[in-house]
Design a protein around this ligand. Sequence first.
Ligand code: HEC
Ligand code: HEC
Length: 173
Amino acid sequence: MVKLPPNFITTINQASLFSTHKPSYTMFIHHRKKAIVLIAVTGFVAVTILAFSPIQMQPEKFKNLKVLPADISFKQMDDTMDQFEVDLGIQCNYCHAHSRENNRKMDMASDDNKKKDIARDMMRMTNEMNRKYMANIPHADTVKVQLITCNTCHRGAAKPTDKSIGTGLNPHK
Ligand code: HEC
Ligand code: HEC
């Protein structure tokens, strides 16, 4: 855990995990020059840990990370993946492929499932929106930066253009 100076405000948000920078936290400067540190810790929702089999979650080290920080902890990985499931209303196998050797097992490091690379692009996009835009918006009536997460768009659906928000936006549809 990162030790925080007392005048720092912490916002728990998985989006900071998507940072391509090395440290496990991202620093955004508030317009009043208050620094807000977003620590990469737990997600919002306490999803059942049973969704993770210990075998799947205990490789020596994660083997194939292109977006998440290389030193991400098991707990952080666990929380991030659980959050994806909730935000998109899907299971692990929506993005992950089965092992080529044993079709009854999942291979989390494999890139055989194309949805995984889409998810990576989504993580990069979400991260960039937060870094480039959200961090620079003066938050006039709050000291807390509201970050964009997968759920900002997805709202529990794999494709946000589905029923999640679709018709509500356009009364003529
Ligand atoms: C929305 C798609 C998505 C869902 C759903 C998802 N994952 Fe992932 N997962 C990814 C992506 C993308 C990566 C690679 C991240 C990167 O490249 O930094 C990843 C990486 C991993 C890794 C690291 C593998 C390695 O060694 O490189 C593990 C372990 C993992 N996921 C487990 C799970 C489990 C268990 C579930 C279900 C509870 C799950 N994931 C659900 C997208 C997903
Ligand atoms: C700014 C809005 C937005 C954000 C934020 C967002 N997505 Fe998406 N996502 C979309 C849209 C739009 C699509 C395209 C749906 C389609 O194919 O019509 C999509 C598609 C996807 C798909 C492919 C679904 C499919 O079956 O084809 C995955 C996987 C996905 N997003 C994962 C994520 C993850 C993980 C995050 C958070 C890291 C995220 N998205 C954040 C808007 C967003």
